[in-house]
Design a protein around this ligand. Structure first.
Ligand SMILES: *Cc1c(COP(=O)(O)O)cnc(C)c1O
Length: 330
């Protein structure tokens, strides 16, 4: 089987497992796991921020990042297909007590016109106040679309003028960085807080981080424990993340090449594929998924008429070519 359902299906490589086995560990709730601390300091520095907090999942990294900017009874604005709005099971409302309003863009992009219209300043006891704007780069459900840096800078200028924060869901910021060459610190500079994921394209089995200013990250560490996600000797997992940062970032370019190859085989313009995700409109998505599976290729239906293919560390050039040949016949 060639598994193109998601970039979360990767298994740790032998070298990553060896790094995990060697990891120096301690009790991280006491702040005594040197490998976790090294990962947190390294990731914070990569994005030009003061601090980072290791999280078990990207969803928790997002929930606590948004919570750092937005309190109960306040709101965050985001795009309508954002992961925080669609795929975190309402955690931001259920757990943080905050509300969301959305703008819509078919490619998940920043739309300053709509954002200006939605933005609600503090008007006292009348309207919910907008405290943050959240963006997602790359945008998962928009097919791994990259958000151009100029749009993010314009959003930063608006947020500064309006007096609100910016959260960047950077689960796949590594893909955006490799696809565009924009330094990670430039993405860090447009956001107050961000989340990054080590268990997607980078191939670690577990691990995400919330990244931001020291004071907000100190609060985030308290909230993480309150959520029951204070972890002990998790240097074994942080070591997987450090290994991934050393060895699995630049190679994301291969995933992007493979995704364009698959898009072309499916009759799409490969120029429309920014990174490692291909969104394929098909009349009968579940039927297409079943026929592909019968031919040894796993893909997913993300809607009744939408098939999604995702390339990753465990898909070689040969796998991508074989899958492309199968998908072309379907
Ligand atoms: C996968 C993903 C996350 C976090 O996912 P977890 O499965 O909770 O680790 C967050 N944002 C985006 C855009 C994602 O694709």
């Amino acid at each position: 089987m060639i598994d193109l359902r998601s970039d979360t299906v990767t298994r740790p490589t032998e070298a990553m497992r060896a790094a995990m086995a060697r990891a120096e560990v301690g009790d991280d709730v006491y702040g005594e796991d040197p490998t976790v601390t090294r990962l947190e300091e390294r990731v914070a520095e990569m994005f030009g921020k003061q601090a980072a907090v290791f999280m078990p999942t990207g969803s928790l990294a997002n929930v606590l990042a948004v919570r750092a900017l937005v309190g109960p009874g306040e709101e965050v604005l985001c795009e309508s297909a954002a992961h925080i709005a669609r795929a975190e099971l309402g955690a931001h409302g259920a757990v943080s007590g905050l509300t969301m309003r959305t703008w819509h863009h078919p490619r998940g992009q920043v739309d300053l016109g709509q954002i200006r219209t939605l933005f609600a300043p503090d008007l006292g006891p009348y309207f919910v106040q907008t405290r943050a704007i959240a963006v997602e780069n790359t945008h998962n459900f928009a097919g791994g679309a990259v958000l151009p840096l100029d749009d993010l800078k314009a959003l930063r200028a608006f947020a500064d003028e309006a007096g609100c924060g910016i959260h960047l869901d950077g689960a796949r910021i590594w893909n955006a960085h490799v696809a565009t060459g924009v330094p990670l610190a430039e993405y860090g500079a447009v956001a107050d807080v961000l989340s990054v994921c080590l268990s997607k394209g980078l191939g670690a089995p577990v691990g995400s981080l919330t990244v931001g200013p020291a004071d907000l990250m100190a609060e985030t560490r308290v909230r993480r424990k309150r959520m029951g996600a204070g972890m002990r000797q998790v240097g074994v997992l942080a070591a997987a993340g450090l290994h991934a940062l050393d060895h699995h970032v630049e190679r994301l370019a291969d995933d992007h090449t493979h995704a364009r190859l698959l898009a072309e085989a499916c009759g799409l313009d490969p120029a429309g594929v920014d990174t490692n995700i291909v969104v394929l409109p098909r009349d009968d998505a579940p039927g297409f998924v079943a026929r592909a599976k019968a031919e040894g290729v796993l893909v997913s239906a993300v809607g009744p008429t939408t098939v999604r293919l995702v390339t990753h560390l465990d898909v070689t050039r040969g796998d991508a070519e074989r899958a492309a040949a199968v998908l072309a016949t379907l």
